[in-house]
Design a protein around this ligand. Sequence first.
Ligand SMILES: NC(=O)c1ccc[n+]([C@@H]2O[C@H](COP(=O)([O-])OP(=O)(O)OC[C@H]3O[C@@H](n4cnc5c(N)ncnc54)[C@H](OP(=O)(O)O)[C@@H]3O)[C@@H](O)[C@H]2O)c1
Length: 339
Amino acid sequence: MKTLRVAVVGVTGAVGQEMLRILEERNFPVGELKPLASERSRGKKVIFQGEEIPVGVLQRESFKGIDIVLFSAGASVSREFAPCAASSGCVVIDNSSAFRQEEDIPLVVPEVNPHRVRDYKNRFIIANPNCTTIITLVPLKPLHDYGKIKRVVAASYQATSGAGAQAMRELEKQVRFYVEGKELVSSVFPYQIAFNLIPQIDVFLDNGYTKEEMKMVWETRKIMEAPEIRVTATCVRVPVFRAHSVAVNIETERKITQEKARELLSQAPGVQVFDNPERRQYPMPLYVAGKDECFVGRIREDISCENGLNLWIVGDQLRKGAALNAIQIAELLLKENLL
Ligand SMILES: NC(=O)c1ccc[n+]([C@@H]2O[C@H](COP(=O)([O-])OP(=O)(O)OC[C@H]3O[C@@H](n4cnc5c(N)ncnc54)[C@H](OP(=O)(O)O)[C@@H]3O)[C@@H](O)[C@H]2O)c1
């Protein structure tokens, strides 16, 4: 079988570590792994397929002889290094927001717009969408195909790991210090996150929305190839370690009954319906963490309008919202003989 030389940039981070696990789990044909991070990780090692591999320090020359690079080190690193990687002949799959809005760069969720991977040839870069957007769109796609979504109203409950490995440790430390009666310190988040909610993710823009909220607006339209869909969102950081939850209300052109929605979602790839209110069964981040599917529950018709539907969606954002989606894109490239 053909094997590939794969580099992972940001390998010591929350997404990078998940990428190694998923490459192993899915038997992605890695012939050689090149783990890369910053100067801070000099001397560190990662374990891949039972072998210890030293972490290299990212440089412009890091990509020689590499077939595919998975970037998960933040937008400024991607902006600086992804074009170098692409011009040295690698295919780049980028987890950051650096290129998502560029017209000639495909923004791909394999369950939603797999045909777009072919556009990687424009610049040899494929963008992986925002985590909350991916988790929301996997279940919305079959509903859109059936009933044509006109409007989406979303409120997200986003886990601390969405802000990286250090953010997850901050929550853990604050909970421990709280119990021990010590003073709590916040360095990653602007406020205490333990026992709190922070209604700000990313920076505020001129229109009063945060950038995270506008990513949901812009990216939904691009991925669904439906610039007419109206989207509004409120994104909130919650004291959960892992897995994002989204309360979603959609309005469609054609009515989708509760039963029809359940039927469409049960057949959709990447979706798991978990919705038995009489048995108090609904998706929760604690139980969805570590899973690949986007879980949907609390499916019900909106009593306030004609063609509205409410859904509660939960997905592991380190997996489907980041690492898994990126590796599924790489698998798609392989399947289509594009690598
Ligand atoms: N966390 C999520 O749920 C999630 C979801 C979707 C997308 N993303 C995106 O994925 C990216 C990584 O997020 P994360 O949560 O994994 O962050 P993280 O846990 O903070 O990890 C960041 C990684 O980037 C590396 N890095 C930082 N600056 C670097 C530089 N100048 N050169 C080389 N490597 C550098 C770090 O290496 P050192 O250890 O050496 O500092 C570390 O490996 C971000 O763009 C984020 O927006 C994250």
